[in-house]
Design a protein around this ligand. Structure first.
Ligand code: HEM
Length: 506
């Protein structure tokens, strides 16, 4: 490395010729560094693809690095500036492609999936648990993990887990009861406690006790995993944009000590259950042990990876969708009233069952609209593994990294008129959404890599909504925000001030 201190301290003592020589070397070094950092900046121009002008060394990542925008809004801004089906940007020196055309997205995510089967996100090699985490797995290893995990998400298994979730909903409403009529109750924290309990019960076969104590271990692990600290933002940005640093420092998208602790808890429960031969709990351990008995080769690391995956992918997503729906129902009392009417009618006629939950059409419309307005994971990502003809004019190279901007699609005025309005009517006829071989509404992603937990997640959100709305009225408090602002430090959407509201008895 060029020694700057040496240059400046000793320049006074130097004769003019040596000083000139040193300055020339320094200048040359800077020029070479600049040329290296900008060597790819013609990449999109050469391919005749629109792009956002990059800045040396950081590319276009300025708004993310300075924590002004989270990745969802960073991509949305570029979509609104360039208004193009396909465009490029740069992360540091690496070119990335953004695709917004619903027809091209159908090809990438579904039709030609074999060419786009991996995500961009990097993970350190050789970690026994993370290698079994489906979201991070690549190629054949992803295929193995996905096919071994699928039996946990069949309709029959979900129906069994519904009963476990119902018990957690009773704890949820008992807890809310303690805060009735109080202003500015933090609904986001209540939702996080609930989703933590649900995942701990269904995946780890333990009671998380989040409602009993603010120090409950699972709740603490959840807070660590999803905290909005600068270090989390940096770690996550690196995992999507800088493979070299991931390899060099073994950085992972999930906070290390949380993964270690979750693994230890699951192993303990797993060993106890294997020895007791008891499997009537309808949780993930039952499903895994049943598959093993039927001859499926499931290593202990795979089983632990499945539970860690369940927690990391499920707890914050369920909590976010639930809390954003509670917020929208609070600020839209007409919609809240209509939804409550539907819920009470179904409970009155058929009781609160798995079947009656799935028959609540307006409930489904409301949750679908929440997922449009608040796509919890606001982007999808894929890597192209062969040269690929995207359109008649554009062929992309093997290795091209692609982002799908969910805000860009879900807030597109032509696809969803008046996009900032919360309007469940958009989903009155779901058959028109994504019709004609197009894909533009994808809160759970699409194609073979679609969210494997989508039906479980929806069940967790809807069961809680039915339980809450059948007992409580949601009312605005003085601190309930007019609009939600999103924390720029998170990959998953989070409100900057939580969701303060008032619960009242019906
Ligand atoms: C309810 C809210 C949820 C939302 C909005 C959500 C959203 C997403 C999205 C957008 C993806 C990326 C899909 C793609 O790239 O095409 C994904 C992947 C995934 N999600 Fe979810 N998710 C939710 C709940 C859950 C739950 C409860 C689980 C629990 C198991 C889960 C497990 C996963 C897994 C394992 C993947 C990776 C799938 C693969 O790579 O094959 N998700 N999710």
């Amino acid at each position: 490395m060029f020694d700057l201190r040496c240059l400046f301290v000793s320049c006074k003592l130097m004769d003019p010729a040596s000083l000139l020589l040193r300055l020339s070397f320094f200048g040359l070094f800077l020029i070479l560094l600049y040329l290296y950092a900008t060597r790819n900046f013609n990449y999109w121009k050469k391919r005749n693809i629109k792009y956002v002008k990059p800045v040396p060394f950081i590319g276009n990542l300025g708004p993310m690095i300075t924590l002004k925008k989270n990745i969802g809004f960073f991509l949305l801004d570029m979509c609104e500036t360039l208004k193009s089906d396909v465009f490029g940007f740069f992360a540091f020196d690496t070119p990335f492609l953004v695709v917004t055309s619903p027809k091209l997205l159908k090809n990438i995510l579904v039709k030609d999936f074999s060419i786009f089967n991996d995500r961009i996100v990097y993970s350190p090699n050789g970690h026994p648990i993370l290698e079994n985490v489906m979201f991070l797995a690549k190629g054949q290893s992803w295929k193995n993990v996905r096919s071994k995990s699928s039996p946990a998400f069949t309709s029959g298994k979900l129906k069994n887990m519904f009963l476990l979730i119902l018990k957690e909903c009773k704890l949820l409403t008992d807890y809310i009861d303690k805060f009735v009529d109080m202003p500015n109750v933090e609904a986001k924290e209540i939702c996080a406690k609930y989703s933590t309990n649900v995942i701990a019960r269904c995946a780890f076969a333990v009671e998380a006790n989040s409602f009993e104590s603010d120090d409950a271990e699972f709740r603490k692990i959840g807070s660590r995993l999803i905290n909005m600290k600068l270090s989390t933002a940096i770690r996550q940005t690196i995992c999507w944009f800088s493979p070299m640093i991931v390899k060099l420092f073994g950085i992972s998208v999930f906070e290390g000590s949380s993964v270690t602790r979750l693994s230890a808890i699951f192993k303990e429960v797993l060993h106890t259950r294997m020895n007791s031969n008891e499997n009537t709990s309808n949780d993930l351990i039952d499903v895994l042990l049943e598959s093993k008995k039927k001859g499926s080769e499931l290593s202990e690391d795979f089983m632990v990876g499945s539970a860690v995956q369940f927690f990391t992918a499920g707890f914050e997503t369920v909590s976010s969708v639930l809390s954003f729906t509670l917020y929208e129902l609070t600020v839209n009392p007409d919609i809240q009233q209509r939804l409550r009417k539907e819920i009470l009618k179904h409970i009155d006629e058929n009781g609160f069952t798995y079947e009656s939950l799935n028959a609540m059409k307006y409930l489904d419309m409301c949750v679908s609209e929440t997922l449009r307005k608040y796509p919890t994971l606001p982007f999808l990502d894929r890597v192209c593994n062969a040269d690929y003809k995207l359109t008649d004019e554009i062929t992309i190279e093997k290795g091209t990294k692609i982002f799908v901007p969910l805000f860009g699609l879900h807030y597109n005025k032509e696809l969803f008129p008046n996009p900032y309005k919360y309007d469940p009517e958009r989903f009155a006829d779901k058959s028109v959404i994504n019709a004609d071989n197009m894909l533009y509404y994808m809160p759970f992603g699409e194609g073979p890599r679609i969210c494997i937990g989508n039906r479980f997640g929806l069940m967790g959100v809807k069961t809680a909504l039915v339980s809450i709305l059948s007992k409580f009225d949601l009312v605005k408090s003085d601190k309930t925000p007019e609009h939600i602002n999103f924390d720029p430090k998170g990959i998953v959407l989070q409100s900057t001030i939580g969701i303060p509201i008032t619960f009242k008895h019906l």
